[in-house]
Design a binder for this molecule. Sequence first.
Ligand SMILES: C[S@@+](CC[C@H](N)C(=O)[O-])C[C@H]1O[C@@H](n2cnc3c(N)ncnc32)[C@H](O)[C@@H]1O
Length: 406
Amino acid sequence: MVNFNAKFTNDGSVGLYSEQIGDIYHSIYGALSEAYEKFIFPANLDEFLNTHDEIKILDLCYGLGYNSKSFLNFYFNIYSKKNNFIPHLNNYINSIYTNNICNKIFHKITLHGVDIDKNLLKLSPLISHKKKFINTKKNMNIFSKKNLFNSRKFFIKDYINIFIFLNLLELYKKNYIDKDLHEILANNSNKKFFTLNLAYLIKKFDLEGYELSQYECLLALLHNIYYKYISNSYKNALKLFKNENIKFRLYNQDARSFIKSTDLTYDYIFLDAFSPTKAPNLWTAEFFGNLYNHLSDDGMILTYSNSASIRNAFLKNNFYIGKIFNKYENRFTGTIATKNESLIKHKLDNFEIGLLNTKAGICYHDNAELTLDDKTILLNRKIACENSNLISSTKYKKEYKCSMML
Ligand SMILES: C[S@@+](CC[C@H](N)C(=O)[O-])C[C@H]1O[C@@H](n2cnc3c(N)ncnc32)[C@H](O)[C@@H]1O
């Protein structure tokens, strides 16, 4: 039985839970909202795009692809509408008002997603999204009326999912709908989590007796169905798929082996791993050292973690670090690491700087080859904490509170 524990999160997008890891993949407040709030908006993409003609993004721990999809959606539906004058690319200006999606590409875009779970990569373009905000009492407490309105604005256009689907079909060909995927899709209790178009596609395969693994049939059907029902989205997706300026690629690989094998440098790295205690191998000082080598000088790593040990691991590798401000929740929700100090908008405060020098700030460590397993990484850190003379974070917090009251 394939592990697929899904439920709708509060903004209508699908969130997952892993029993095996004992961790959530997405915040219950909104899987999609979280992608915009923790990665896309704090990345200051407008400023970057207005001053560069190329952008390279690495989405580590791609999962269902919310961060990559939100970037594409931001680019084609928010950025391109706001910025119809790009100083270094003014030959495009006249074409912006035409409805050809490719006229909205002002940059060379490279977008790479990496995830160890093949099923999630393949399912990512097929995931549905309830358009209506889920209006529970709990939500009303969490979101003010204003935020409720804002969270409704998060969306992913159909053609972005189809674009990803086309790329995956190209990658997997006959093996797209394999045994695992079929098991997940055929399970009745999962059906609500997938798009109607896909459900229709699968049904058509079953009814008409097509072999599920036939790539050509799948493409032909996809072509027919999308042309018939959502032709504009399909046409846009095809145009993007064929456009030379946008290079999208998914890697079904361990993030550590990926980073060791790539020779690319990225402008943005979205690090969306499970929490440090569940997946410490993607939060070690050694892994961050490798990320440093693959980040451009104007680049930025974004993570949702604000733990002192993670911040110290960045500092040990000569990054400048800052905080992510979430304007919807009106609080700081993560960490930004860069090579360029001027990109930091929110510096750590005195309390947070002090916390770095407590036991909570002790880093997770890997070996130089990045091959230690999670259990060993956790054990080594536990031993380092036990042998450390540093003050505990609990004591530090108490002392800090008292000093503030004096
Ligand atoms: C918190 S979820 C990320 C959610 C994701 N960004 C999304 O939009 O759905 C963590 C992801 O990390 C992936 N993962 C876990 N260990 C990994 C590894 N060593 N290398 C690459 N991906 C990994 C899991 O499969 C999971 O999809």
